[in-house]
Design a protein around this ligand. Structure first.
Ligand SMILES: [Zn+2]
Ligand SMILES: [Zn+2]
Length: 244
């Protein structure tokens, strides 16, 4: 059980960008073995390596509908079906999340939806929404990434500890407003000058808004980091675990 002094236990299933830079798996991490932040299509391989079971996951937060963050869900459902999952699963994400998941399942494993033995609770997030699921209190905040999608950052509260996840984002007010007071901040970062992602200079700006003692982890990496880009930051690797 977590309490106000329990560390947050983060396992990075993947730490790469949409192009699989450096052979990294798609960006995704699990907190306290229960809360999955994003769900790329390398999900199951990485869960096997990390010895995390789909039945242990209570909540999945989806930041946006780009495939590197979202297309792992059919595999999650496939595994849950084989494991005869019975406990409720909560999936939170942008408007249309339930229809998107249903569509992916119909495309990928059309026999599954009628056979599942568990209830899926969907939460459509909006800017500033506050919700609770399986001991995770969270809020969503609209961030600027690409114009064709609604994209969200999340701030989660587990016991007395808090974590912010940028999703994919540029430097924007929606992300910065979540930062003060957070214990752990997980930020995507591109060092290759991609305008729809955070650059190292943006990370430095965001870090200036953190509270004393906060830890910043960069992920969703593109293989273009230069010496000094990640000074004073924690850098995610596939299967890296941080207890913070
Ligand atoms: Zn991405
Ligand atoms: Zn994206």
């Amino acid at each position: 059980m977590s309490d106000s002094t329990s560390p947050l236990d983060l396992t990075f299933l993947g730490s790469g960008n949409a192009f699989g830079a450096e052979g990294r798996a798609f960006s995704s991490f699990v907190v306290n073995n229960r809360y999955l932040f994003d769900c790329g299509p390398t999900l199951l391989q990485q869960m096997r390596k990390a010895d995390i079971q789909s039945n242990d996951i209570d909540v999945i937060l989806i930041s946006h509908f780009h495939a590197d963050h979202f297309f792992g869900l059919p595999f999650f459902f496939l595994d849950a079906w084989r494991n005869q999952r019975e406990k409720e699963l909560t999936i939170a994400g942008p408007a249309g999340i339930e229809e998107r998941v249903d569509g992916l399942l119909k495309l990928g494993y059309s026999m599954i939806p009628g056979k599942l033995k568990f209830h899926v609770r969907y939460i459509e997030v909006t800017d500033g929404l506050e919700a609770e699921a399986a001991g995770l209190q969270f809020t969503a905040s609209t961030v600027v990434h690409v114009p064709e999608l609604m994209c969200y950052a999340y701030r989660g509260q587990i016991g007395g500890r808090s974590i912010v996840y940028s999703g994919d984002s540029t430097l924007c007010d929606g992300l910065i407003r979540l930062i003060p007071g957070a214990d752990v901040v997980v930020l995507e970062c591109s060092c290759g000058h991609e305008p729809v992602h955070l650059a190292p200079s943006d990370i430095a700006e965001i870090k200036s808004h953190t509270s004393p003692g906060a830890r910043v982890i960069v992920t969703h990496l593109d293989g273009h980091a230069r010496s000094g880009d990640f000074d004073d930051l924690l850098v995610a690797q596939d299967l890296a675990r941080f207890c913070l």
